[in-house]
Design a protein around this ligand. Sequence first.
Ligand SMILES: [Zn+2]
Length: 277
Amino acid sequence: MNISKNSSEYMIHQQDDLYYLSFLSFDRTKAVNHGFSTRLGGYSKDIYTSLNLGLRSGDKLEDVYLNYKKICKALDIDSEDLVHSDQIHESHIYCVTQEDKGKGFYKDSNIKGIDGLITNEPKVPLITFYADCVPLYFLDPVQKVIGLAHAGWRGTVLKIAAKMIHKFTSVYKSDPKNILVGIGPSIGSCCFEVDESVAHAFQKQFEGDDWIQTLKNGKYKIDLWKVNQQILLESDIIEEHISIMGLCTMCHKDIFFSHRGHKGRRGSLGAIMELRD
Ligand SMILES: [Zn+2]
């Protein structure tokens, strides 16, 4: 893998040809099983090579099923229990319970139009999907609550990160001072070039300019990691509790699926997490 193996934020896990990443801050709590998948070590072919977790990507479902089995075995999670989001680039959040186990793949799901999942029940694994958008992981090790949110540029502008923290505090009585957040691999500021309309959507919502760069061609580059960090700090998350992997999916499209990098012809990566017993 052509990414740093000596990060203070993440660890690379390898089992045979399978690779996935975890946040060191989350591992240290011993409260969760979690990981972010790479495209390496799966069964899918062609544009889906090889660990595609996208169920509606056009890939062969038998291969996707085997991919789920393989990554979940490595994470010590039962793939049949996974609760799937149904992301629409909005900021709606669903509170998951035991009754939702298996919804999305093995069971029909009423979880529709949801970009954020939260649960405080152990052994109820959550999964959200990515190929350039920002994966956000949340863990309150005191109240024992976990969450995952899909923050593309739209979700970031809609401040889904702040809405997740609000749910943690209002529904689960979390103190923001205890919450750990992880920002996983996504398109980085090196590659996330946008036009004026998108840049203005950000400028309307966010202060400062350390997250935006004006380019000579009249376009802009935006740092989604920094913007999400700003939102989290405004939600009273402690800076040292925010881990940023700093890995760009487009720069590393040999390791990750990248919607822009592969011009839309790609599989999906998964953010997976469950509370331990
Ligand atoms: Zn990049």
